[in-house]
Design a binder for this molecule. Structure first.
Ligand SMILES: Cc1cc2nc3c(=O)[nH]c(=O)nc-3n(C[C@H](O)[C@H](O)[C@H](O)COP(=O)(O)O)c2cc1C
Length: 331
């Protein structure tokens, strides 16, 4: 039987399947079910800056300094009970004590001070690692991409200097050159790269002319972006790639490892097919390895990365051009 063990930013994992941050990892019973289904680690639902600021507003009643954030927050926090940051920390601590697998705590902040302060507090819960969720949607016109990236690099470096546990970043695919940005993060010591986050996009109901708040789950094609970057990064950075988005089957995970990822995070497939289905993904990857005669993940990780690929243009522009030239537009 194939050995599925892997190491992700220094954490020993029994297999490459991590349950990514979601509503399922915000609940102790569900986390235990994920462990039972074979998850090698979990990433907790993020602690959001809005949770922290909302608590502060209630205490300080000085709303003017965060006008924009407050306007957004009042829409959803009044309904959320027990959503304060202290409750979140207590809960992460319980999650860590409740399972035997590594627990990675996720933070999604906005202000620099909040990033550093709460990263330290999350480490104090006993979490095995941190995931900095750089989820941000552009909303202002006067900040350049360079400003945004520079700040994220500096925040990562600051946090790396303050905590002892390994630090990963979860990125969106919308950087002008993710390779350059990731290389810079790698240089400040980030040990894990979760590629990529899936952004919630706004939608409009044209009949009622109202906002739609949809909750779309991923489809399989979405792992193609992570696959490209896992392939391009393999052998070029110190940190580990943990692929995320659209990994719905064991074979999808195998693809990402062939490209160079050390592990994957899954969420949508758990929502679509129940938590228990995670064991099927693990079995599928294992039986693929057995069928191929691979004893462990190291035997094929990165075998099809850009460095090792028989077609050097596969991950690059040549693939795009070749595809367009070959395409049949007649039908
Ligand atoms: C219900 C739900 C809640 C989520 N909550 C978080 C979160 O708190 N923090 C985070 O970083 N990502 C969150 N995500 C994003 C997932 O962790 C993951 O990055 C995304 O769904 C892509 O993976 P998938 O294709 O396997 O679903 C959430 C996703 C869903 C569907």
């Amino acid at each position: 039987m194939a050995n599925l063990k892997t190491t992700y930013m220094g954490l020993e994992l029994k297999n490459p399947f991590i349950a990514g941050a979601s509503g399922y990892t915000a609940n102790l019973d569900r986390i235990k079910q994920l462990e039972e289904a074979g998850a090698a680690a979990i990433v907790t639902a993020s602690l959001f800056e809005e949770q922290i600021q909302y608590e502060r507003f209630r205490l300080e009643e000085d709303l003017h300094q965060f006008d924009n954030l407050y306007a957004e927050m009042t829409g959803f926090f009044p309904q959320v009970k027990h959503a304060g940051p202290k409750e979140h920390l207590t809960w992460v601590k319980k999650a860590k004590q409740g399972v035997g697998i590594p627990v990675i705590a996720s933070l999604n902040a906005v202000n620099r001070k909040v990033w550093s302060e709460w990263a330290v507090q999350l480490e104090d819960t006993g979490a095995d690692g941190l995931e900095l969720n750089f989820y941000a949607t552009p909303s202002v016109f006067d900040r350049s991409s360079m400003d945004v990236e520079q700040e994220q690099i500096e925040i990562s470096g600051e946090i790396k200097n303050k905590v002892k546990v390994p630090v990963s970043v979860k990125l969106s695919p919308f950087y002008s050159n993710p390779l350059h940005f990731i290389k810079n993060l790698d240089e400040v010591g980030v040990q894990g790269f979760v590629l990529f986050n899936r952004l919630f996009q706004p939608d409009i109901n044209v009949e009622e002319e109202t906002n739609r708040y949809r909750h779309n789950l991923s489809t399989e094609v979405e792992h193609e972006g992570p696959l490209r970057y896992a392939g391009l990064l393999h052998g070029n950075i110190q940190g580990d790639v943990c692929a995320n988005s659209g990994i719905l089957s064991g074979k999808d995970a195998v693809k990402l490892i062939l490209a160079g990822a050390v592990c994957v995070q899954v969420v949508s497939t758990l929502y679509k097919n129940k938590i228990s289905s995670l064991s099927n993904l693990i079995r599928e990857a294992e039986s693929w390895m057995d069928g191929k005669g691979y004893k462990d993940l190291g035997a094929f990780r990165g075998k099809m990365s850009a460095k090792n690929n028989s077609d050097p243009g596969f991950y690059r522009r040549a693939q795009y051009v070749k595809h367009l030239i070959k395409a049949d537009y007649s039908s």
